[in-house]
Design a protein around this ligand. Structure first.
Ligand SMILES: [Ca+2]
Ligand SMILES: [Ca+2]
Length: 227
C-alpha cells in the first residue's frame, strides 16, 4: 500500500477589489496566499474622476476573503462664458467650475442675440428658442459674437436709422450691406428684433419701440436738455 506524497497545504484566497463607482479599468479579482503581503495593484482610472484611495488594506492576507473598496472624486472643470450670455434657469456654475458630465444650458441675455457661438473651432447650434446645450468634459471656453437686438448697422445704438434699414430690406429686398455676406447674415439676426419668425414690419415696430425706450430711459445730466 502506497502512501501518497504529502505536499504542503496552502490556501489561495481571493483578493477582490470592488470600486464604489463604475470603473473603466482596474476592476477584478486578485489571488493572494495566506500570510502574504498585500499591495494594491495599479491605480484604477475613470474618465472625469480622480482616484481617491482604497479602504484599509490589511498588512498581510488574513485567513478569509478581503474586499477592498476604491473610491473616486468627480473632477471639476473651469467654464468660461462670454459676456451677455446667461445660464438658463436651473443651471449653475460654482466658483467658475462645474463637475464632469454636468449639462449646461445658456442663451443670450434679453435684448441681445448670439452668433457664431463656438467651443474652439466647433460651432454650437442653438435650439429653436436660441438655447445652447453642452455636456462638460474638460475646461471649456465658449466664445460668441454678441449682437444688440435691433442694431442692424452695428453702431451700438438702436434707433430709427436701424428701423429705416430694415424697412428698406423688407420693402425692396435689398441687402443690408453691399457685398458682405457675413455682415448681412448678422444684420438679419439683429433685425429680427422681436425674435419671432422672419424679418418683417413687426420688427420695424419693435426697433422703434426699443429706440423710444432708450430715449426715455437714458438720462445724461450733461445733456443740453437740462439747460
Ligand atoms: Ca444702430
Ligand atoms: Ca420677426
Amino acid at each position: 500500500m502506497s502512501i501518497g506524497a504529502q505536499g504542503a497545504f496552502f490556501c489561495l484566497r481571493i483578493y477582490h477589489f470592488i470600486f464604489c463607482k463604475e470603473t473603466t479599468k482596474g476592476s477584478g479579482f486578485y489571488q493572494s496566499g495566506y500570510g502574504t503581503t498585500l499591495t494594491a495593484r495599479e491605480v484604477p482610472t475613470k474618465t472625469g474622476y480622480t482616484f481617491s484611495g482604497w479602504s484599509e488594506i490589511p498588512a498581510t492576507m488574513p485567513d478569509e476573503d478581503v474586499i477592498i473598496t476604491g473610491t473616486f472624486n468627480v473632477n471639476s472643470y473651469v467654464i468660461t462664458l462670454p459676456e451677455k450670455i446667461e445660464l438658463c434657469e436651473g443651471y449653475s456654475i460654482t466658483d467658475g467650475k462645474v463637475s464632469y458630465g454636468s449639462e449646461l444650458k445658456f442663451k443670450a441675455a434679453d435684448g441681445y442675440i448670439a452668433s457664431n457661438v463656438k467651443i474652439g473651432s466647433t460651432v454650437l447650434e442653438p435650439d429653436e428658442n436660441g438655447i445652447y446645450s453642452i455636456t462638460v468634459k474638460e475646461n471649456t471656453v465658449v466664445t460668441a459674437e454678441i449682437l444688440l437686438l435691433g442694431d442692424v448697422n452695428f453702431d451700438k445704438n438702436v434707433d430709427d436709422k436701424d428701423a429705416a434699414m430694415v424697412l428698406k430690406y423688407i420693402s425692396y429686398g435689398k441687402a443690408f450691406f453691399d457685398d458682405d455676406n457675413d455682415k448681412n447674415e448678422k444684420a438679419k439676426l439683429a433685425a429680427n428684433a422681436d425674435g419671432i419668425g422672419n424679418v418683417d414690419m413687426l420688427d420695424v415696430i419693435k426697433i422703434l419701440e426699443i429706440s423710444e425706450k432708450s430715449k426715455s430711459t437714458v438720462v445724461d445730466p450733461d445733456d443740453d436738455w437740462f439747460n
